[in-house]
Design a protein around this ligand. Structure first.
Ligand code: TYD
Length: 208
């Protein structure tokens, strides 16, 4: 039986990672086979690429960065996403191609069509069955992440960068409104969780 490929997207401090852990346990308790994974990462090779990408001493330009995200994505798709979906799993992935469009194109000002093109090459057109977009105001999100103390290369960007990334997600959610469901993540986490779960259950009840 074929499974489902679900991605979760959003800017920092949107609560998406907390939700992924919750949703995975919840769906397992309902009898579904579930795995969670993340990008960049998810395989041994892609986790190594992740280290390269986030190492602040690697002074890479935006195109090198985009290509590395693509390389790590392809390995992840080939070795993990496709095999598990084929086995009937619900694969919940923290970030996917929408992140590249939002961060590398809207954030880093690379041409949107170029990012779409390199990603369709890397993915052979694989598109998630459902995407949950946790939409949080940039100031709210950054206030939430302030105390976390993680500072990878992407975390060192300024307010304008994150505002542009958010605009990217907002545009994508309008362009692909059938696939991308928007969750208002400014609300308290419990409300966000409820909204996310409603969307997931609605989606799965429509034929798994
Ligand atoms: P991560 O530490 O996984 O945290 P979070 O997803 O909670 O923000 O950071 C991943 C970072 O990588 C994040 O800043 C977004 C960035 N990213 C891109 O710029 N492009 C991509 O294609 C992907 C998958 C991630």
């Amino acid at each position: 039986m074929k499974g489902k490929f679900i991605t979760v997207e959003g800017t920092d401090g949107s609560g998406k990672t907390t939700f992924i852990n919750f949703a995975s346990e919840y769906l397992k308790s309902k009898g579904y086979k579930v795995i969670t994974t993340r990008e960049p990462g998810g395989t041994e090779f892609s986790e190594k690429v992740r280290e390269l990408l986030f190492d602040t001493s690697n002074n890479i330009d935006a195109k090198t960065e985009s290509l590395l995200f693509c390389a790590s994505r392809r390995d992840h798709i080939m070795k993990k996403i496709i095999p598990y979906v084929k086995e009937g799993y619900i694969v919940i992935c923290d970030r996917f191609v929408d992140s590249s469009i939002a961060y590398q194109s809207y954030g880093r000002s690379l041409k949107k069509q170029d990012i779409i093109d390199i990603n369709s090459y890397a993915t052979d057109g694989l598109t998630p069955d459902l995407t949950l977009y946790f939409s949080v105001d940039v100031s709210v999100g950054l206030a939430r992440t302030k105390g976390r103390g993680e500072n990878n290369r992407m975390d060192l960007e300024g307010l304008t960068f994150y505002k542009n990334v958010k605009k990217g997600y907002d545009d994508l959610s309008k362009e692909y409104s059938e696939r991308i469901k928007v969750i208002d993540a400014n609300k308290p986490y419990k409300d966000v969780e409820k909204e996310g779960l409603n969307i997931l259950e609605g989606f799965l009840s429509n034929g798994f």
